[in-house]
Ligand binder design. Structure first.
Ligand SMILES: CC(C)(COP(=O)(O)OP(=O)(O)OC[C@H]1O[C@@H](n2cnc3c(N)ncnc32)[C@H](O)[C@@H]1OP(=O)(O)O)[C@@H](O)C(=O)NCCC(=O)NCCS
Length: 151
């Protein structure tokens, strides 16, 4: 349960400015096997990311967060790579991310694509405004397409 509250606390640091969508402890607990975390020696959650599955081959990498004091050390890259491995183990071949941190994902080999490429995303939420995503903002959809997910 510690990881669940730690993940919720970490994500909560980045929801106010719109970097991340809010996730409740209940949502996180229900899908905890789709989260990866890096913890400090005292058990504090320093970084997290989550796999959100659509029909294979597609999945989303989201909830990527690194505590301020641990940013710039490669932990964000590590948790995204860990989600890629999890996705691959579960049969997905393509990941996408919706993000304001474009450079972070291009650094990892993702490239910008349009949301129209992912009708599954729109179908799941029906109306993007309901989940707080405003595609009129300069957030980008980045895809791992064309590059094998790491193992
Ligand atoms: C984005 C975030 C996860 C990066 O974590 P991190 O551990 O600091 O990243 P890394 O150390 O692995 O950095 C890898 C690369 O991404 C770049 N990068 C880091 N944070 C970035 C950001 N906010 N925007 C753009 N690029 C970023 C780094 O400069 C580095 O590139 P470089 O080697 O060319 O300089 C972290 O800043 C964060 O938690 N931000 C708030 C939440 C967020 O925006 N999440 C992403 C949306 S899903």
């Amino acid at each position: 349960m510690t990881d669940v509250t730690g993940i919720a606390t970490l994500i909560g640091l980045f929801t106010e400015d719109g970097s991340l969508l809010p996730r409740s402890v209940w949502d996180i607990a229900a899908s905890i096997d789709s989260y990866v975390v890096v913890t400090g020696s005292d058990g504090t959650v320093l970084a997290c990311a989550a796999l959100q599955e659509y029909s294979p081959p597609l999945a989303e990498v989201g909830a990527v967060a690194v505590a301020g004091s641990a940013q710039g050390l490669g932990l964000g890259s590590r948790v995204v790579r860990a989600v890629e491995r999890l996705a691959r183990m579960r049969g997905h071949r393509e990941l996408f991310a919706i993000t304001l941190a474009n450079h972070f994902f291009t650094h990892l080999g993702y490239r910008e694509v349009g949301v129209v490429r992912y009708p599954e995303k729109m179908a799941r939420y029906g109306n993007s405004a309901k989940v707080g995503i405003d595609f009129g903002r300069p957030c980008a959809i980045l895809s791992s397409r064309g590059r094998p997910l790491l193992i």
